[in-house]
Design a binder for this molecule. Structure first.
Ligand SMILES: C[S@@+](CC[C@H](N)C(=O)[O-])C[C@H]1O[C@@H](n2cnc3c(N)ncnc32)[C@H](O)[C@@H]1O
Length: 354
């Protein structure tokens, strides 16, 4: 067992099995041994690749989406541009380059990055050198200027609880140890839910309390200050049941309970739950739509064409592959979904069709 494994095993030995939430939170965020504190997750050399790391086109189009929101808000002379979980800072760098079409947008933007990994904060500072940026460990309280918020693959990295249906009851799935490894077990007592329907035996139901809390906070910020938020992540549009807990290392799937802190643990985002939370707070919701359709509606093909005109043959092939990877139904185009939340906008945000 690795060092983090020993810490978690000692806790289980002392107090009994722990929730999956606790296991996942420590595996990803432990200040010394957590995945985002020590590993180099992104890119071909890392464990997985995210859309902004695949192509500059992704961040540039999101920058244009944000510029359009800003125009629709009446071109305010000050607004808060917030990104949750900025990774290497690539998306924000590309978005700000895309936004150069509107210098007043750049002058009005107060940039906030919400990041809890000191290692990644340092990378973001290097990528965004020259910009005035505030970093926050959690979504900040901001004053009365509109908000434009972006979150790509942020919510899938938040810890979840899982419940398993057995003999007409939901039992929380807990993590315990055998002599040498972590395994799942079920809580001895069932958990009751108000709104969750009965399942079939062995069905899994997942909740993400931190994600729900953050959607609630974003809704509050939008309601008070006006603006829009764009959430891009993978998950089903409406399914609530299913085991989506997974671990990725070196671009392949591994056992999620093995070697905590050494692989990226994720779970699908429950867009239907997020939609309900935002709607209940009088926030307008667009989507979820597929990432492929969203990028096509924002004009990824035109951007690809422009870049290809200045490219040599090798670069052209690379651009074609990037376009396919971001939009094709067999790659990220369908699995990844995009949802926009907004308040007090005269018209809907771009990318979702009529
Ligand atoms: C999967 S990465 C996505 C990175 C980036 N958005 C991209 O698309 O390349 C998740 C990011 O969220 C950050 N993160 C995860 N949990 C967080 C939390 N609770 N608070 C703040 N940042 C968090 C990670 O450190 C990382 O920067």
């Amino acid at each position: 067992m690795n060092e983090l494994g020993k810490i978690l095993a000692a806790e289980i030995e002392k107090n009994g099995p722990i929730s999956l939430y606790k296991f996942m939170k420590a595996s990803l965020g432990h200040p010394e041994y957590g995945y985002y504190s020590r590993q180099e997750p992104f890119g071909e050399q890392g464990d997985f690749i995210t859309a902004p790391e695949i192509s500059q086109m992704f961040g540039e189009l999101i920058g244009l989406w944000a510029v359009d929101v800003w125009f629709k808000l009446g071109s305010p002379s000050k607004f808060h541009l917030i990104e949750l979980g900025p990774g290497n800072g690539t998306l924000m760098t590309d978005a700000l380059r895309g936004a150069r079409v509107a210098p007043e947008f750049l002058a009005a933007a107060q940039i906030h990055l919400v990041e809890n990994s000191p290692r990644l904060k340092a990378k973001q500072a290097t990528a965004l050198v020259g910009y005035d940026i505030s970093w926050h460990d959690a979504l900040p309280d901001i004053d009365g200027a509109p908000v434009i918020l972006i979150a790509n693959e942020f919510f899938d990295a938040l810890p979840i609880h899982q419940y398993c249906y057995r003999e007409s009851e939901w039992y929380e799935r807990l993590v315990t140890t055998t002599e040498s490894e972590f395994v799942f077990t079920l809580a001895p007592e069932p958990t009751s839910f108000d709104q969750i329907p009965a399942g079939a035996d062995d069905d899994i139901f997942e909740t993400c309390p931190d994600g729900e809390e953050i959607i609630s906070r974003i809704s509050e910020l939008l309601f008070v200050n006006n603006g829009a938020a764009l959430i891009i992540d993978y998950g089903a549009s409406d399914t609530l049941l299913g085991d989506s807990f997974q671990a990725v290392k070196g671009h392949g799937h591994v056992d999620p309970l093995n070697d905590p802190g050494e692989s990226d643990l994720t779970a699908h985002v429950k867009f239907a739950t997020h939609k309900n939370i935002a709607s209940a707070r009088d926030i307008s919701v667009q989507g979820p739509t597929s990432q492929g359709r969203f990028l096509e509606r924002l004009g990824i093909e035109a951007r690809h064409h422009m870049l290809s005109q200045k490219a040599n043959e090798t670069q052209k092939k690379k651009l074609d592959a990037q376009l396919r990877r971001l939009t094709s139904t067999s790659e990220m185009g369908t699995l990844f979904k995009v949802m926009a939340l907004s308040h007090n906008m005269p018209t809907a945000t771009e990318g979702f069709g009529s």
